[in-house]
Design a protein. Structure first.
Length: 546
């Protein structure tokens, strides 16, 4: 194991793997350390949201994830064997659908991505202590033989789960509580005639009161394979663990079948148990995600009921938000306060997820209808940072913009059908997003003057002067535009008007998209001074400019 690194990531679950992938891709020295000596095949998380698939696309692994998963087409609910509700997952307008992908496959694909970027997982090392200095963090590990190993790093990120050693070392409270019930999970083959691709909820109700609930989610491997989750009747909670850790006393196939049988359709048979576990559900969150040079992400910072499949996805987006900021810091480019913005942006998101899923869990326990809006909530496409110090809107008051146009802090929408001369196939705007870069966008039409094109290019020059290879730009052209080709900034034709509609674009408008795919800055004109004022929030001012 290395004795020093830029970023030390503790915990090689999906969150730690994604963070290490993004850092290694940008050339940052990142050491990923995992306590377990080998990967686990216990399926703690299963749902992958459309927003997470966009992140996987940025890393070049979306297709592999899709090939290993099952698309979810909807949810059907039963009470005492009678169908009570059915909802299809409408994916029109979404970049992707909702995918069922076992956590072990997510980890396998992410680890392969990490290897492609020259990284590895150091397994079998347990973090025992760490101490922050002015310029570094010193961490101590023990291996399987009891030998100690010390690592010096500039930043430490705890992705080490619900029982995080990093969180405890920071002394941060994990605010919240446990639910009293104990649950069991099982990966089994289910013999029934229900259509594939749906999530099924089977309620057992007596005298109007919910006595138990079973949820079946499809798992790729065979058309009959599902992960079942249900409460353990009349349990004390002894000998079980909170969600996110593997149980020691796993239920047998016979025990799982006996509990599930009263809720399942008549004649259903369970077989081929691959793994099982018992667990408890908690709802907890830390008051802040960072202290000094130490950060928390994923279950180390927030845990909550699994309704809606938000947990792993929220953690992956923690990592996605933190990664580009650590890249700038590692390159010596980060403005003061950039790293502190991670907690400011992500802790409110985590708190909202904990509160929403806890309310939904309370509704389910009380046998009240569970309100779900897959488009607005479970897709995670509408998470925003509008109040963040890292966004700025320089549109003048009263400027003509579409009411529905995305604002700074919002996720940047995609636009397809873009064309480039001498290139046969159309392209998408998302093809240029991400990869650790800030992306400058400008919009031009027939009335755009040659001086405006020069101003767009000057803007890109200013951006590159501050960010170097972490900056890119493109001008989107209305179909009637007559561009002045200065060969200083690329052009894409908005042939189908998709960009204008998605962004509420007006001639001369400019946007700066952050590496995590959110709009950072918007202006009605190519204002270099305005851009540089905004960049001061993100990038340190070069010494020559001071």
């Amino acid at each position: 194991m290395l004795s020093s690194t830029d970023v030390l990531v503790v915990g090689a679950g999906p969150v730690g793997l994604l963070l290490a992938c993004e850092l290694r891709r940008q050339g940052v020295n990142a050491l990923l350390v995992e306590r377990q000596p080998a990967p686990s095949y216990f399926c703690k998380a299963l749902g992958v949201t459309p927003r997470t698939l966009e992140i996987f696309e940025d890393l070049g692994m979306a297709e592999e994830a899709i090939d290993a998963g099952v698309w979810l087409t909807g949810q059907t609910s039963f009470a005492n064997g009678v169908e009570t509700a059915s909802q299809d997952l409408a994916v029109s307008g979404l970049p992707y659908g909702f995918l069922a992908l076992p956590q072990y496959d997510t980890e396998r694909i992410l680890e392969a991505c990490l290897r492609r970027h020259g990284g590895t997982v150091e397994r079998g090392f347990t973090l025992t202590a760490f101490a922050q200095g002015t310029d570094d963090v010193q961490a101590c590990f023990v291996d399987g033989t009891g030998a100690e190993h010390r690592v010096s790093c500039r930043w430490l990120v705890g992705c080490d789960g619900a029982h995080s050693v990093v969180r405890k070392g920071l002394g941060l409270a994990f605010e919240g509580d446990k639910y009293s019930m104990t649950f069991m999970l099982g990966d089994v083959d289910v013999g029934w005639d229900l259509p594939r691709g749906r999530v099924y909820r089977f309620a057992q109700v007596e005298d109007g009161q919910l006595t138990n609930l079973l949820v079946a989610v499809p798992v790729r491997g065979s058309p009959r394979r599902y992960r079942l989750s249900t409460a353990v009747p009349e349990t004390t909670g002894e000998g079980v663990v909170e969600l996110g850790a593997e149980a020691q006393d796993a239920p047998t196939l016979e025990r799982l079948a006996a509990v599930a049988a009263p809720m399942l359709p008549a004649g259903t048979r369970l077989s081929d148990l691959r793994w099982s576990s018992t667990y408890r559900i908690s709802h907890r969150i830390v008051p802040r995600y960072a202290m000094g040079r130490v950060f928390l992400a994923g279950d180390a910072a927030h845990i909550h009921p699994p309704i809606g499949g938000q947990g792993m996805n929220t953690g992956l987006q923690d990592a996605h938000n933190l990664a580009w900021k650590l890249v700038l810091a590692a390159r010596g480019l980060a403005a003061p306060g950039l790293l502190e913005s991670y907690s400011a942006e992500r802790q409110p998101v985590g708190r909202e997820v904990v509160e929403q899923t806890s309310r939904a869990m309370d509704d389910a326990i009380a046998n009240r209808p569970v309100s779900q809006d897959p488009l607005a909530r479970e897709s995670q496409l509408f998470v925003h940072y509008r109040t963040s110090p890292l966004v700025r809107d320089d549109m003048p008051a009263g400027a003509a913009t579409e009411a529905e146009a995305p604002r700074p802090g919002d996720r940047a929408p995609d636009a397809d059908g873009l064309r480039r001369p001498f290139v046969a196939r159309p392209v998408r705007l998302r093809d240029r997003l991400g990869r650790g870069r800030h992306l400058l966008l400008a919009y031009a039409d027939a009335g755009t003057a040659g001086s405006d094109y020069a101003a767009f290019a000057d803007l890109l020059d200013a951006l590159r002067g501050r960010l170097g290879d972490l900056a890119a730009g493109v001008v989107l052209l209305a179909p009637d535009a007559r561009p002045v080709d200065l060969e200083r900034i690329p052009f894409l034709s908005d042939a189908g008007d998709a960009f204008r509609r998605a962004y509420g674009a007006r001639p001369g408008m400019v946007w700066l998209l952050r590496p995590d795919g959110h709009i950072g800055w918007r202006c009605d004109r190519p204002d270099s001074a305005g851009l540089l004022r905004f960049l001061d929030r993100i990038v340190s001012v070069p010494a020559a400019a001071v």
